[in-house]
Design a protein. Sequence first.
Length: 274
Amino acid sequence: MATITANPARTTGTARRGGLVSQTGYITGRWLRAQYRSPALIAFTLVQPAIWLLLFGQLFKGVVALPGFGDSSYIAFLTPGIVMMTALMTSGWAGTTFIADMERGVMDRMLTSPVRRGALMAGQLISNGTTTVIQTIIVFAIGIAAGARYDGGAVGYLVTIVASMLVGTAFGSLSNAVALLTRQQEALIGIFQFVSLPLTFLSSIMLDLELAPHWVQVAARYNPVDWAAVAARQALSADPDWSSVARHGLYLAAFTLIVGYLSTRAFRTYQRSV
């Protein structure tokens, strides 16, 4: 009786034709299951933004009395900023999951499988994005309970959620790329702290830039975190400047796409160095 053997090249080709979307769905499911099996981590990531909002809201609430501050309610000004700060800080830990996979040998097996590199990156980022959305809703809920009010309606909230997800995706991609290049958790944490803190304080997250030195205002123009904060605040305002929302949103989307593409190419560097 003749024996039929599978052609490896044909099998690989068929698996690859499975599609980026379906492969991304499988990888996303894997990371979501891993996330929600760690209730302590979930609790920390959801409680942390609440602490930031309440802490900074009380610490800096007197700045509204300064001449030049453009908002009468500091908690209303701060809430969109904390949303972006939370997305930035949370995304910095994205690469630690890649490092854990490297240490267990899972990453090497993934890279020798037919799974596309874009799916490996996108699946992990989408799972992190679900946490970002939940954090955003919690921050808004606390801000509104503390007295924040927004006239932008559902569109304003939607713009803020999209902007926070773009921030999380962009800097999550960077975190993954650093993980692939350094393969060390200590290096990843150190590098991201070095990047995230200046990005936070060289933006309008906690303070109206009209009160900041000129050089800070100039630096903020090239800061993706500030682009997100500006777009969110404009969309949430009673009379949004939609041209500003669109301009800053396009800057942020372009930055996210470029960083995502370059970060995916870091897989090649990792494979060459193994």
